[in-house]
Design a protein around this ligand. Sequence first.
Ligand code: ADP
Ligand code: MG
Length: 396
Amino acid sequence: STVFNNLSVLNPEHIPANLPHRETQIKELTVSFKDLILNPGGTSIRTVIVGRTGTGKTVTTKKFGKELQDIANKKGIRLFYVHVNCHRQRTLYLMLMEIAQSLRLPLPNRGLSSQETFKLIYDYLERKNIHLLLTLDEFDYFISTSPVEDIYFLVRIYDELNVNVKRLHYIFIVRELTSLSSLDKSIKDHIIKNVIEFPPYSSFQLYDILQDRIVNEKAFKQNTVTDEAVKFISDIHGADKGGSGNARLAIETLELAGRIADAESSPIITIEHAKKANSKINPEISIITDTIRDLDLHYLLLLKAISSLHKKYEEDFFSMGKVEEEYRNISSLLGEEPRRHTQLFEYIRRLKLMGLIITRHSGKGMRGRTTLISLPVPVSVELENLLDQEIKRRLQ
Ligand code: ADP
Ligand code: MG
């Protein structure tokens, strides 16, 4: 027997029917994009969404985008909403491929440049009289890893086309506005026309979000979740009570509390289950797990090398040389051609940006200066299993 009724509504990808406490943000989005409905093609609309992890940026934008698309389509405006995650589509080229795919626009197999791909997409929009609302989620990541020309291309090319009908509209999602500060002023002025903030959730807001999943989305069987359990989880994570205000963590804690109740054959989720769940949920781990699922093979192999060094030796940090040696061993065991040294340096830099490793420079005592590398969390069986499982999937 189980307390769960519908586990899938607790999945981070699930889009609930209601988004409590995001009414203001949705209204602001509606105002920003009203011209897309009233006067489509008049201007290219750009909006920036800013907020910490778990503040509902992704879910709110997706829901808004789909609804706007429906409204437009009903009025005979051919609007397409496309949501690109810059973490998954790491380069301008991959991003454009994703856009083409969402539009069901087949691309030739021969290698096209980003410029050529964009041209194909653009011609298609023209030909079919389509307007595109493009959300670039985790845009901070694109900024910190992409050549400035690519950012420039993505954000400004449209103006240079000198067309009458503006078909491309953007929502940029970032964690902090300062991530935009590294950009050229001209690009910045282009992006920051309109900023919508997503503040961390307070305890009572998280309470409403959790209750919505319980009551309206029917994640659990009726009357199986005690009010004290929900209050406890909301208080732990509420920004006004010293928590991070992260709804994802609150939902994950509730789900884990349910699993613990099931494991103990309890028909209800009590505050004790919530406490046990809380002691197991490590916010860092849960963010890391998500990121790891999106990684390419050689990033995973590098992480496995570092985790294996942590297991073999008592040390906290390892030199790049040591990591590379372990990485080569692991690669050859799996029959994979190892990447070159310069490439690995780039991977290490990106893993650091994603928060998957921490680095520091060797001080005195070592010959020369070298980068020292460590994992930001202790090596656990779960982490090892996750890495192995993802590596296996990539090799299939
Ligand atoms: P972000 O993109 O800001 O990191 P997400 O949009 O991924 O945050 O939200 C994290 C989790 O919390 C998702 O499961 C999402 O459905 C849920 N969530 C966030 N805000 C709300 C809300 N206002 N109402 C209901 N669920 C929410
Ligand atoms: Mg997000």
